[in-house]
Design a protein around this ligand. Sequence first.
Ligand SMILES: C[S@@+](CC[C@H](N)C(=O)[O-])C[C@H]1O[C@@H](n2cnc3c(N)ncnc32)[C@H](O)[C@@H]1O
Length: 390
Amino acid sequence: MYRVIDLFSGAGGFSTGMAMAGFHVRASVESDENAMATFKANHPPVDLMAFRWKIESFPMIMLSFTKGIDVVVGGPPCQPFSDAGLQNPLDERAHMFKEYIKLLNGVERPHFNPPSAFIFENVEGLTRVRGGEDLRTIHRALADCGYHLSTQVLNAHDYGVPQRRRRLIIVGSKYPGFRFPEPVAANERRTLRDAIGDLPPTTETGEIEVDGRIVTGHKAPSHSENLVNLIARIPEGGRLVDLDLPDAPRAFAGSYARLRWDRPSQTITSSFAKPSSARCIHPTENRALTVREAARLQSFPDDYQFHGGDGSIRLQIGNAVPPLLAMHLGLALRNHLEENGVPFQDYKLPEGRSIPEEKRPWCLTYKQDEKFKEMLAEKAREAVELVTDA
Ligand SMILES: C[S@@+](CC[C@H](N)C(=O)[O-])C[C@H]1O[C@@H](n2cnc3c(N)ncnc32)[C@H](O)[C@@H]1O
């Protein structure tokens, strides 16, 4: 079983997908209290070392306790920085990136060999900042650590996520020849209807029953009466700017816009409960999206527990790497490492601490098609066999 450390782990979308692909999430570093509480609530079954720490001040020596990590996932927060920033001890953003680099170099940590691979995720905009200069800086620094790099912008919708979400992915490996995962077939692409079409009306508490299970987070965001009346005039797929109303608030092209049932959603951000934000109004109801809807559009399973207040939970969901996208990346990386004969390090899950059956496989909704369920179950079985063999 390959062991993963998730840096800037947030709510754990990335880790969830890696676990779905059969990796063992061994450690995580995250500074936000609520995000870490969410992470721990959903990754309890194995011997996770979850460090709530600012990465700049995190004593990396503590990672010695993991006795080895095979894969690093995560990307430092995405503000741009430059070569000059990398030299500047006062540039905090560059500092975070330097910690990433230190980890890849395996320095300052006894018993800690450089990981075999990493998956670095960031916003697509990084390819354009300063004419691509920041990305070149990042590439140089990562390649200097001794990794072969493969870089691509992926759209989560191509991997079964019911959302258009483009992200820059850099995979680094000690071995050449990594191949990005193939997009899923057309009939496996998901729409808004696939993701949230089965949800009943919202409730005051947010609790609803879906297929005999209690599901939370389905409470309508609160809007003023004026706002509800305004959005009631927008048709499915429509936008306020196209209605040409004299008394309408100022709107940019994508704001006050309704989603469509037969398409994937726009990128889910932390502002999905604000109609004035980029297209986030329910296709037929007069409100923006609920937490449950956004979580499903990000491909989080319904039993994923989010901790913190509404604002924090929205931030955690909007920030996350969609688990399904992460799973496809994880599967591709796993194949690559296996093809190159990277050994599973001699590692056994501690006695009695396996992943409970009901947590496996993770799935988008309980109405997931059988083929997909079977694929995940197969991966989970393989993971168990490998642990048993170790
Ligand atoms: C884009 S989010 C990560 C999302 C996560 N990969 C997921 O899939 O759910 C970035 C995270 O970095 C955390 N963060 C920001 N600055 C940090 C720092 N200096 N040290 C540790 N974590 C930090 C934020 O709290 C946030 O949760």
